[in-house]
Write a protein that binds this ligand. Sequence first.
Ligand SMILES: [Zn+2]
Length: 482
Amino acid sequence: MDKQKFLITTAIDYCNDVIHVGHAYEKLLADALARYYRLTHEAKNVYFLTGTDEHGTTNEKAAQKRGISTEEHVTEISQKDQAQIDSLNVSYDRFIRTTDSDHVQIAADFYQKAVDNGDIYKGTYEGLYCESCESYKTLTELDENGQCPLHPTKEIQKYEEENYFFAWSKYQDFLLDLIESNKIQVLPDGKRSEMLAFLREGLQDIPVTRPKYKLPWGITAPNDEDHVLYVWFDALINYFTAGSQNNLWNDETFIIHFVGKDIARWHVLLWPAMLQSAGYQLPDTVYVHGFMNLNGQKISKSRGNVIAPSELVDKYGADAVRYYLLKHGPIVEDVDISIPQFEEVYTADLANGLGNLVARTAKVLEKAGYQTKPADYSQYPQTPEMESRWSEYRADQVAILIWEKIRDLDKYIDETKPWELLKSNEVLSAENSNVWEKLTVEIREIAQLVEPFIPDAAAKIKAQFAGTSIASTEGLFPRLTS
Ligand SMILES: [Zn+2]
């Protein structure tokens, strides 16, 4: 990859409700990548964006249900979402809200560019709409009961209204070429095929405004004040808002969007067409991930199995939650998470694994009184294999490789038995010093390598092993008590 600037984004969440642990994975995957790029490139050239999607029917109805103003409602949910993301130590550069004044202006300007290019026209939409998806549906997209397959308990709406349409169909061949030629990289491969298959069925023009008398909560369309921008048209532009405000929406920047499989179509097919219409740079990569289920069930309020990320963080610490979710992250298919499995992984990989390794290494080095050179943490000590896994955004596989290194060092310690060397007459003999040096160097490398996954622990180990002599400290990952 020759681009040296990076814009990394997650999807922005609707404010109908606060995000839960199922939403955490995407933020963490994007965060791990942002941290990795900052470690391997100029940190100032990495920009990481997340935020909230605050317009549209879903948010308005959630506010009405609570009997408060929509503005008050979305502000409260947005702050709570941000607190959840903060609890996970997610290192975003901006938490954008689609009600932010710069976005409101930039989204309206973007829409006007599409108007000026002749891609927006007035028409009448007669058809179906899922308010939970905020999405127009055709009959073939509904399940056998005539409901949205993603929201089977929600009534599908019939809309007949005057809208402004976006000439999406005009971009069919453009999009086909874009994806087939990998000018936009769609990962993983199965999602790319799915998008191509959908495209080959043919695109239909799509309403990109809603009449204000039905939905006042939105960004006013600059070409007709009786309309607001359709929430997806508005929301997708958030990436451009933050990117252009930071001089990153150009061909010098590698732009990557992380999105869930339910919204891949908007990002792979609508968003590039919108950008092309308005005359802006296209993103480089759209990475599509599956969902996390909890104990084999979809996580949802109606099932009553919602867990807030902060609840887990309070009990186990941010690093532990980050490590577990990243290691078990959904890559192609959905994956199942559970608290017993989490605790098993915590004990095996963190408390008994990394934590114990660091503790026993520090202890023998302290007892040996070994003196070494101060640490140099300027280069990220990845192997070519790790680099290659990172280039495919496979944080899960990188974690496995790093923990293999941790196990290898554990094995080395079991074999060389450094506590026996402490009993020798010459603890600091040349031969013994080779062992002390290897232990020091390896722990320093491990501390650097784990930083994208467990930044707090990484910082502690780096500090502990930074100087010329190493002292033991309290454990990194306390053992769980039941
Ligand atoms: Zn739906």
